[in-house]
Write a protein that binds this ligand. Structure first.
Ligand code: 5GP
Ligand code: MN
Length: 343
């Protein structure tokens, strides 16, 4: 991954004057990569003397509660004092991390648009980034935004500035976005970066335990229920889907983040090339898509669910009932297969 020197120089200029008011934003339903990259970047900017506020549209999953500095992240949805709106209104610089378009901020989008003065900088690894940024670090070939942040730090000021806290935050995103170093874009540079993080004091087994072995009993039982009772296979067993209604989620004391990983599980079946998860929310159904190899769920999400993401992991939304959403999925998969997209 080659970061253009010219962009590093522009970033250095933007950060040259200390004491600037900086906002770091990440996407709705923030995951380990969103939170990890935001916290590490915030910590670096604070050591440079800037005043930094990290904001996420809604709550992050409880298994990230332990992350260093997460208690200072402002959750817009429950921010009664208006700290997020005030920080955005006063910001000199706004960094957008781990998402490609401001519409992914959902309820925060309008608040962001109110500040037309701040310079906006994108740091992201999703396909098709929005072109309306003052400076853009868009690297779809980076396995995570955390690895991209690491690479920017390396080019901007060298890795000496990385603390153990930053190393832990960066590793969370590298680990979760690669499915524990099992998906694509696993480059030698990524593993060299991990080696440096270990030199900073990172304890991989501790991080693994804190993230992957920290669920509730309800989540474990919901997982069993979802796989046993709700997973369906179509297209001769090559395409899977699963759905959860709000009543089913309540039965297992569902908390934000509890369904993480469910959609991937169908891909452990040898024949399955594509998998979908439909999760009911109050106003819409959240669609998660995963695939293997050449099957492009970014294309599928864009075409049929008004969403996007990466080739093998994408998402979108549906505003009709669960039954209609599933019927639409089955029809769309058929069309996709007839066009040869399922191989
Ligand atoms: P997840 O299934 O984990 O929520 O999302 C998988 C990937 O798809 C993530 O990279 C995420 O950013 C992207 N994604 C999820 N939902 C949407 C959406 O509604 N619109 C777009 N453009 N991308 C999405
Ligand atoms: Mn990411």
């Amino acid at each position: 991954m080659k970061i253009q020197q010219e962009n590093i120089l522009r970033l250095r200029e933007l950060l040259a004057q200390p004491g600037q008011r900086v906002v770091i934003l990440s996407h709705t339903n923030p995951d380990g990569d969103a939170v990890g990259s935001s916290l590490a970047w915030a910590e670096l900017l604070r050591t440079m003397g800037h005043r930094v506020t990290c904001i996420v549209p809604n709550k992050y999953p409880y298994f990230l509660d332990w992350m260093p500095g997460i208690d200072q992240v402002v959750v817009f949805k429950t921010d009664a004092e208006g700290r997020a709106a005030a920080a955005i209104a006063e910001a000199d610089l706004i960094f957008c991390l781990d998402f490609n378009a401001v519409t992914r901020l959902e309820n925060l989008t309008e608040t962001l648009e109110s500040n037309t003065r701040a310079r906006r900088i994108l740091i992201d690894h999703h396909l098709s980034p929005d072109p309306h940024f003052d400076l853009s670090f868009s690297f779809p070939e980076s396995s995570s935004t955390c690895f991209l942040v690491y690479s920017i730090i390396e080019a901007l000021c060298g890795v000496d500035v990385i603390t153990q806290r930053m190393a832990e935050c960066l590793y969370v995103g590298m680990m979760t976005d690669t499915g524990n170093f099992a998906f694509s874009f696993l480059t030698p540079e990524l593993f060299r970066a991990v080696a440096v993080l270990i030199e900073k004091g990172l304890q991989i087994p501790d991080i693994h335990n804190s993230v992957y072995n920290a669920y509730t009993e309800g989540r474990a039982r919901l997982f069993g229920y979802a796989i046993n009772r709700k997973m369906e296979l179509i297209e001769d067993g090559t395409v899977a889907y699963m759905s959860l209604l709000e009543s089913e989620m309540r039965r297992f004391q569902f908390q934000q983040g509890d369904s993480e990983g469910f959609v991937n599980y169908a891909l452990t079946i040898k024949k399955v090339k594509m998998s979908a998860m439909f999760l009911a929310h109050r106003k819409f159904i959240r669609v998660s898509l995963r695939s293997r190899g050449d099957v492009d769920v970014n294309l599928f999400a864009r075409r049929y669910f008004n969403g996007g993401g990466h080739k093998n992991a994408a998402g979108g939304k549906s505003f009709v009932s669960m039954r209609e959403t599933i019927d639409h999925y089955i029809r769309s998969v058929r069309e996709f297969a007839e066009e040869g997209h399922l191989g």
